[in-house]
Design a protein around this ligand. Structure first.
Ligand code: ATP
Ligand code: MG
Length: 362
């Protein structure tokens, strides 16, 4: 290998539960992709033992200078966070959201599509197609962390306020991101999802900005749909969607629904992007730590592997990224399916099959 090979430094944070198993699977596949490109690029992994076990020892989910440590990397490859005994909001805010917010990863990209050989609860006929990208506003909205809890003298019990924050700048940048993404796709369409009939400040600002930004993209079809109607539409008529842009909470819920419709939460990949590239971006499966199956070797690694493909795209290696997706498709098409997809293949079986299939595509 010549020393001119671009080497990307990747921080891996397996985190909790099945995070460990699926991150190892993803690393094995990505290393094989790098090897098969014959020196086009290399990956230099460094693992960071942060998460709920670390919290048990130190009282923190990651070190105080954790963001400083991560700054030196080209990307972060993340497993999952959350474990019984650590309150969910502590583990989430202490690690995952600390990184997303600290590195201004304001665009969360979650592709949803059918996979060959995988039965979807939606697939009505063999020719039904489903291919969306949910673009989630990832820096403000309902997860802005604004509010508080107090004892109320008036009611005699506690009162809590949880506010959403919507800024014109925040709305505009996620919408431009969605429109730019739509332009790269076969179906050039952006569907904006809100609840602006009931939430008359933030969501109406969102709608106003959407209309204004749409004016700059006359070649992209647009529509606005209320989130309750959208949930029904995902199930009843999933055709005719391409890019779906929504606020933090709405897109979180819709993308979980989307991945279930594709066959399983275990398939779903995501990228938390800092599009300006001032800070590292983070790539992680949509699923959580799955304590019910952790350590049993049956976790579906595909969401993590496909998140690795999104990372390769981000690192400027689209051929390797596409090869990983093609290999995953070959594996599911061949019937090597993990338990959540109705099969009997273990995490290790799916990983080995994907590594082998890569040899056929690269
Ligand atoms: P979080 O709060 O982090 O989203 P959660 O408890 O809501 O976590 P998951 O940890 O994703 O959700 O688990 C939800 C269900 O999906 C569980 O039954 C789990 O076993 C299953 N599941 C999650 N990830 C996988 C996977 N990779 N393979 C197989 N099953 C999975
Ligand atoms: Mg969840």
């Amino acid at each position: 290998m010549s020393d001119r090979v671009p080497t990307f430094r990747i921080a891996t944070i397996p985190g909790d539960g099945v995070g460990r198993e699926v991150v190892d699977a993803g690393r094995a596949v990505l290393d094989e992709a790098a090897r098969l490109t014959g020196g086009a690029f290399a990956l230099d992994w460094q693992e960071l033992p942060w998460g709920s076990a670390y919290y048990g020892e130190t009282g923190r989910m990651m070190p105080e200078d954790g963001l400083e440590v991560l700054k030196g990397f080209d990307a972060v490859y993340f497993g999952a966070v959350g474990w019984p005994g650590v309150p969910d909001h502590v583990s989430l805010w202490g690690l995952r959201l600390a990184i997303c917010q600290g590195f201004d990863q304001w665009a969360n990209v979650r592709p949803v599509r059918f996979h060959p050989g995988v039965t979807s609860p939606l697939r009505k006929a063999d020719d039904t197609e489903l291919d969306w990208v949910v673009v989630r506003e990832n820096s403000e909205g309902e997860y802005a962390g604004l509010g508080g809890r107090n004892l109320s003298a008036r009611t005699g019990g506690e009162v809590a306020v949880q506010s959403s924050l919507f800024t014109e700048v925040g709305c505009e940048r996620i919408m431009r991101f969605a429109f730019d993404l739509a332009r790269t796709r076969t179906t050039k369409k952006v569907t904006s999802v809100t609840k602006s009939n009931a939430q008359q400040y933030g969501m109406v600002l969102w709608d106003d900005v959407f209309r204004r930004v749409a004016g700059d993209y006359p070649d992209v079809e647009t529509e606005s749909v209320l989130v309750d109607a959208m949930a029904a539409r995902f199930v009843l008529s999933p055709e005719n969607l391409s890019v779906v842009v929504a606020s933090n909470l709405n897109a979180d819920i819709l993308s979980d629904l989307g991945s279930a419709l594709a066959g399983s939460l275990g398939l779903a990949a995501s990228a938390n992007l800092n599009p300006e590239r001032r800070y590292p971006s983070m790539f992680e499966p949509v699923h959580g730590s799955a304590p019910d199956i952790a350590g049993t070797g049956v976790a579906n690694p595909i969401g993590a592997i496909l998140s690795g493909a999104l990372m390769l795209d981000h690192l400027g290696q689209p051929a390797a990224a596409e090869a990983v997706r093609t290999a995953v498709d070959a594996v599911t098409a061949s019937g090597t399916l993990p338990r959540d997809l109705g099969g009997t293949a273990t995490t290790a079986d799916v990983t080995a099959a994907t590594v082998a299939a890569l040899g056929e595509t690269l």
